[in-house]
Structures are given as structure tokens and as C-alpha cells.
Write a protein that binds this ligand. Structure first.
Ligand code: FES
Ligand SMILES: [Fe+2]
Length: 465
């Protein structure tokens, strides 16, 4: 059921933690159009059956109707920089070789030998041919057959007919997407409002500075949904309450037949409204500044600064980013420098906007187990001014019970944040299955969990349930 935004209470605010749109009015620079844009495609999906998180039959429905039919994020272009470089993209039991087939072209080839099915790529690979490790059947990097030894023994097979099958593959902003459905529409339709909102954000010219892939003991939806709302911050990430306006977060949903994009924007340099009379506006700015200042860089003398406000925090962040990358941030608005603008493109892609938290998430079901998934996270930094593109960071793989902090993966304060999120997720997965038989549904808040409503409404529609 579609909901009129006027009927929803849109978060909470206080005099020191105004709503996001109120904060934008105080921004000294021109506020970009993406920040003031509002999505109004809110729906009420009603109660959602818990079984959708663990029932193998529902996982199969998703595989057939979502993963085999939708455009989905597969990789970043900079992680396969040379022609012939490739990486596996595995989603459920499907697997693809994402390969740079030319200087600026990519292909997604089914990752299965045409002899007896051996996986041809199990991680990263390189070189001008794709060679099966079993009996050496070999393809060029565009999937055309190169040499099939022993072919004399296969009278029914003609080499020229033995190209590796491919699926549609396209890019946007250095992000590589695939769609296993050969008859699908164009990627641009599935991107929805993303190209418009990111048109001044040079996504193609960012590079992966940190890259961590984690196995999670939970359904892919359980895991992704832990990142679709900011409401949990006060309970799950209490260390961030002093300087993040969690319940001032603005939620937006843009939906059409081909695309669903949603967004949460959490202001920083303001305290959480949940702190009530303990909220401290100056402290919020100080914590914002200290959180982004790298070790070794001198902090301002806070006691001597009268206007310790968001504008000051944003200017400090500009200075830090310029010192770190050489990039001139003079024309960037305060919200771009400070706030957590996190977008989601159905079904598995979370590109963040701005420099406040330049993150990138990807989620995939793991094999045929509805209780397991993969979460892939990157820090995407702007290219150093005038410099060479730095090589993409090597991916760090964390197993089910490994933590970000123990491996000191390099996300800074987000190492702790991700560990806190990951401590909840398996409990949600288990708890969904261990409740009273009478408790068959999960319930979502109308506004703060509006993105979950939209996500499940689209999922159910695609799955025909
Ligand atoms: S299975 Fe690949 S060459 Fe035999
Ligand atoms: Fe979180």
C-alpha cells in the first residue's frame, strides 16, 4: 500500500539536532540538488513472514526471480586494471568470471568449463587466456575458444561453437554490473536516480583504498537490512551517539517499474536526539573533528574557538582530505564533507555519497544456504590530484567468526562499527527461527524502516508472493 509522506512522522529532532533539511539551510555553500531531493515512494508492506529469512524454498524463489533476473553489482573496474585481469563474482550457486576483455570493456562469462564443468576462476586471475586446470581447454579473455586439447575424441563438438556463454555486463562510474537474464533491459533503467544524484561525484575516478569481504552467518537480507536504517545507532553503536543525529536521519525511496533506489542521510556534527538533555552541540563538533583527523595531524585548540559548529567541522574535514589526497574540496558543501548519505540500489548495492563516509557495500547469498551470505565493503577515496591511480587495495577475506578489529583491516573507526553490526546479525537470523510458533512475522517502523518496507514490497512482487 502506497503511503502519503504527509501522514508519516519524519524522524525526531531537537534544537541542537535539527532535521537534515533544516541543517542544509545553514550550509554556507551551495547545497547540491541531490541533497535536497526527496523520494516519496513510501509503502506499507505489512508484516513480513519470518520464514522468508530462512526457508530454502523462498531462497530458491529469490534465486529464480531476483538474482537470475536483476542487474546487480559484481565488481569495481580498478580491481581488474589490465586486459585479461579477472575476478569471480559468485551469487548463490551461480558463478561468473568478470573479465576486462579490452582496455575499456568488460565481460561476464559463466564460470564453468564446457568440458566437465570445472570452475575456471576461483578468485582473482590474469593473463591472455582462461585455461581449465583439469584438461587444459582454453579460451581467450573475450570467451572465444582458443585451444581445446583432445577435441579429436569429441566428434559432436566443433571448436568454433564452444565460446564460453556470457551474460549482459555494463558499467556505471567504475562499478561493474551484470544481469544473468539475457533478455533484460538496459542497466541505465535499473540504476534509477543514481546517475542524476551522482553526476558531480566522480565515481569512476575513485579507487579502492580498503577492501574487506566477510562471510556472515545470516541470510543476505538479514545482513543488508542491518544497514538500511540508522535508528539502531544509539543501542548498537553508542560511541557514535555524541556526534551523529541518528533519529534525525532522513529516509527517501525512489521507485519505478525498473528500479528501486533508497537513501538514508544521517547528519553528523550534531548529537543524537536520543541523548535528550545530555546532548551537547559543541561536543558533537569536537568528536566529528577528532574522528576524521589522522594520527599525527594537529587538532585545533577547541577552547579558543567560539563558533564550533557544522561549518567549522566541514572546513576542517576539507583541510584533512586535501592534506591526505591533494584534492581541492573548496567547492564541496558542508553536507558532502560531513554527513552519511547512503544509497541502496535493489537488490545488493550500497554506494555512499560524499566524503563523510565514502563507503561501498555489496551483498550476496552464499551457496545454497539461506542462513549464510557475503558482505563486501570498500573505502573508495578520490584519486590523488594530478597523480597516478593508486593500485586497488588487496582484498582481505574474513571468515565467519573473524572480526574487523582483530585484523585491523583499515576502516578506522568503522572497524568497530562493523563488528558491532556483525554481532547483531547472526542473532537476528537465529532469533527469527527460535520464536513462538505464534510469532510468524517481523514488523517494520513506518518511517525509520521505510527502506525495509520498500525492499520487501519489491522482493515480494518480483517473487510473486
Ligand atoms: S573439465 Fe575443463 S578441460 Fe576438462
Ligand atoms: Fe550499524
Amino acid at each position: 500500500m502506497k503511503i502519503d509522506i504527509g501522514t508519516i512522522q519524519q524522524g525526531t529532532s531537537t534544537p541542537v539536532s535539527p532535521t537534515y533539511q533544516e541543517l542544509l539551510k545553514a550550509d554556507a555553500r551551495a547545497v547540491p540538488a541531490w541533497a535536497t531531493a526527496r523520494g516519496e515512494d513510501f509503502v506499507d508492506v505489512g508484516p513480513v513472514p519470518r520464514s522468508r529469512y530462512y526457508d530454502p524454498a523462498f531462497a530458491q524463489l529469490e534465486m529464480d526471480n531476483v538474482w537470475k533476473k536483476c542487474w546487480q553489482i559484481a565488481a569495481r573496474a580498478e580491481e581488474i586494471p589490465e586486459v585479461g585481469d579477472r575476478v569471480e563474482y559468485a551469487v548463490g550457486t551461480m558463478s561468473f568470471i568478470i573479465v576486462r576483455s579490452g582496455p575499456d570493456s568488460f565481460k561476464a562469462l559463466w564460470n564453468s568449463c564446457l568440458h566437465r564443468g570445472t570452475k575456471l576462476c576461483t578468485d582473482y586471475g590474469a593473463g591472455e587466456q582462461i585455461r581449465c586446470p583439469f584438461h587444459a581447454w582454453t579460451w581467450n579473455v573475450d570467451g572465444s575458444p582458443k585451444h581445446l586439447p583432445g577435441l579429436w575424441d569429441f566428434p559432436g563438438i566443433k571448436q568454433e561453437k564452444m565460446a564460453l556463454p556470457e551474460v549482459p555486463c555494463d558499467t556505471w562510474g567504475g562499478n561493474i554490473f551484470i544481469n544473468p537474464d539475457a533478455g533484460c533491459g538496459p542497466l541505465k533503467d535499473a540504476l534509477g536516480v543514481l546517475p542524476e544524484h551522482f553526476k558531480d561525484y566522480d565515481y569512476a575516478n575513485r579507487w579502492t583504498a580498503v577492501h574487506v569481504r566477510k562471510k556472515v552467518r545470516a541470510n543476505w537480507k538479514t545482513t543488508a537490512e542491518a544497514f538500511l536504517e540508522g535508528w539502531h545507532l544509539s543501542e548498537t553503536h553508542p560511541q557514535a551517539q555524541a556526534w551523529n543525529g541518528d533519529s534525525s536521519t532522513q529516509y527517501d525511496v525512489w521507485e519505478d517499474e525498473h528500479a528501486q533506489v533508497s537513501r538514508s542521510t544521517t547528519p553528523s556534527a550534531v548529537p543524537s536526539p536520543e541523548l535528550g538533555h545530555q546532548a551537547d552541540a559543541r561536543r558533537a563538533v569536537i568528536e566529528t573533528i577528532t574522528s576524521v583527523t589522522p594520527p599525527g595531524m594537529e587538532l585545533p585548540d577547541f577552547d579558543t574557538i567560539e563558533n564550533l559548529d557544522r561549518a567549522f567541522a566541514a572546513e576542517w574535514r576539507r583541510k584533512v582530505l586535501t592534506a591526505m589526497t591533494g584534492v581541492d574540496c573548496a567547492d564541496k558543501s558542508d553536507t558532502e564533507m560531513l554527513d552519511a548519505a547512503q544509497y541502496f540500489m535493489f537488490p545488493n548495492f550500497f554506494p555512499w555519497h560524499g566524503e563523510g563516509a565514502p563507503l561501498w557495500y555489496q551483498f550476496m547469498p552464499l551457496g545454497d544456504d539461506p542462513n549464510a551470505c557475503i558482505m563486501d565493503v570498500r573505502f573508495l577515496l578520490p584519486m590523488p590530484a594530478g597523480g597516478q591511480r593508486p593500485p586497488a587495495a588487496r582484498r582481505i577475506d574474513l571468515d565467519f567468526d573473524e572480526t574487523y578489529q582483530a585484523h585491523n583491516v583499515g576502516f578506522g573507526l568503522f572497524d568497530e562499527v562493523f563488528d558491532q553490526d556483525q554481532s547483531n546479525v547472526p542473532r537476528v537470523q537465529q532469533g527469527c527461527q527460535s520464536g513462538s510458533p505464534e510469532t510468524k512475522f517481523v514488523n517494520f517502523g513506518l518511517y525509520q524502516e521505510s527502506r525495509l518496507h520498500a525492499f520487501h514490497a519489491r522482493l515480494a512482487r518480483l517473487c510473486g508472493v
